[in-house]
Design a protein around this ligand. Structure first.
Ligand code: NAI
Length: 466
């Protein structure tokens, strides 16, 4: 095989792309990874999941010390925030991780090409970097991710009207921050700046925030976040902007009435769209669906059978771990193995404090589909570890089939719930029942015992709640 001839070319080095390249190389395939950003890791590692988690962690400590330090006997005087230092720490986390991924990928035997990749034909990718390079391969995996959706009347200028790219890097705390969209980004970055003293208003078009979670879960989350100082305007659609002298006013519509919100910064977080521009899809005949996502079959193949697509550019939730699983599956399928993704059990997390977590089917969805279910709930206020940690806000809900007790879904509001949901997710992956979770020994004292208690509550026999 000549130097630029490969078994697989992966275009895009986010979690979907770099993971599929590693898996392909592990399976003995000669693999190229094409990335236009100078660093690997895509949106998630560079400007998404990782930097936002670094900011969430630092600000959580700051907020806890401010609000609860004295109660815990910690005398710190007046706790202050140093925004440049906070950003430096976040940047160090990102730089450490992206360097690590670069090393990992090359040590696994993947050849990285820096530049924009474009399909020339069904077996050729043209890389436009410092120089032009033409790569050929038997198979191609497209993993170019997504881009921010913009609202035409709120033109992003990167200064006052911003996206998450900018809101992870403000150089000072905005006095008034208006967030458009009460989804994952709006809630996470809204929480970060509110903890640092910003007056944050989150405007959500739908009747409730975090609308993809069960109604009781998102209503509870809203109540908790309001107590933390966040303001919400639900059922309200942002329609445009007004400038009054030097002031920026966000204009919105609630039930036909105009509402106005003054802002120093406006964060637009109304979703992301598949990033498919400039890839040459149309020219080679890769078909898109009605929402501009690349159409794929159950083997992640596009309409061109040797071209695969994974992650945010195809259907399904725009989540890094979903992209990774698809990346692994695509590489395995190319290598002739039975790669597969279980879309029924994909955890979804909003990393606020407490976190909002779901996996599998929610109560609302089950009711909509007329599936007979039984539900067990357990409040974190009845959990000893949560009490010790001052993390009693929230609950665990287990949704099981009324016919055979199989766990269909779990939803949680709780500090670090993304970590302790994993046990329930494993049960669901193996088709486990609520009884299986209830009979699994959970360490005491842990917050994870609440999952066991909620599973017991499915059969009305929780031990530690009334
Ligand atoms: P999102 O889809 O999670 O939430 C956007 C919200 O904006 C929706 O609730 C929608 O109803 C609302 N909205 C739309 N137009 C509006 C308008 N004109 N006025 C008021 N509200 C409006 O999108 P988000 O938060 O921007 O995140 C983008 C993607 O990135 C999502 O797919 C998300 O899953 C992913 N992501 C995941 C994270 C995680 O897993 N923790 C963190 C950050 C992003």
């Amino acid at each position: 095989m000549s130097e630029n001839q490969f078994d697989v070319i992966v275009v895009g080095a986010g979690p979907g792309g770099y993971v599929s390249a590693i898996r392909a190389a592990q399976l003995g395939l000669k693999t190229a990874l094409v990335e236009k950003r100078k660093t690997l890791g895509g949106t998630c590692l560079n400007i998404g999941c990782i930097p936002s988690k670094a900011l969430l962690h630092s600000t959580e400590i700051f907020h806890f010390l401010q609000e609860k330090g004295a109660e815990h006997g910690i005398k710190t005087g007046s706790v202050k925030i140093d925004v440049p230092a906070l950003m430096k720490k976040k940047d160090a986390v990102v730089s450490n991780l992206v360097k690590g991924v670069g090393t990992l990928v090359s040590k696994k035997g993947v050849t990285v090409f820096n530049g924009s990749g474009r399909l020339n034909d069904t077996h050729t990718v043209e890389v436009d970097g410092d120089k032009k390079t033409t790569l050929t391969a038997k198979n191609i995996i497209l993993a170019t991710g997504s881009a921010v959706i913009e609202i035409p009347s709120l033109k992003i200028d990167g200064k006052t009207i911003v996206t998450s790219d900018h809101a992870i890097a403000f150089d000072s705390v905005p006095k008034k921050l208006v967030v458009v969209g009460g989804g994952a980004i709006g809630l996470e970055l809204g929480a970060v700046w509110a903890r640092l003293g910003s007056d944050v208003t989150i405007i959500e078009f739908l009747p409730r925030i975090a609308p993809t979670f069960d109604t009781d879960i998102s209503r509870t989350a809203e109540r908790i976040f309001k107590k933390q100082g966040l303001k919400f305007e639900t059922g309200t659609k942002v329609t445009g902007l007004k400038k009054q002298k030097s002031k920026t006013i966000v204009v919105a519509d609630k039930d036909g009435t105009e509402k106005q919100f003054e802002a120093d910064k406006v964060l637009v977080a109304v979703g992301r769209r598949p990033y498919t521009e400039g890839l040459g899809l149309e020219e080679v005949g890769v078909e898109l669906d009605e929402r501009n996502r690349i159409k794929t079959d159950e083997y992640l193949r596009t309409s061109i059978k040797n071209i695969y697509a994974v992650g945010d550019i195809i259907a399904g939730p725009m989540l890094a771990h979903k992209a990774e699983e698809e990346g692994v599956a695509a590489a395995e399928i190319i290598a002739g193995k039975p790669g597969h993704v279980n879309y029924d059990v994909i955890p979804n997390v909003i990393y606020t404090d407490p976190e909002i977590v779901s996996a599998g089917m929610g109560e609302d969805e089950a009711k909509e589909k007329k599936i007979k279910i039984t539900i067990g709930k357990f409040p974190l206020s009845a959990n000893g570890r949560a009490l010790a940690m001052d993390a009693t806000e929230g609950m665990v809900k287990v949704i099981a089939s009324a016919e055979n007790d199989r766990v269909l879904g779990v939803q949680i509001i709780g500090r670090n719930a993304s970590e302790f949901v994993a046990g329930a997710v494993a049960h669901m992956e193996y088709g486990g029942s609520a009884e299986d979770i209830a009979r699994t020994v959970h360490a005491h004292p842990t917050v994870s015992e609440s999952v066991k208690e909620a599973a017991l509550a499915v059969d009305k026999r929780a031990l530690h709640s009334l």
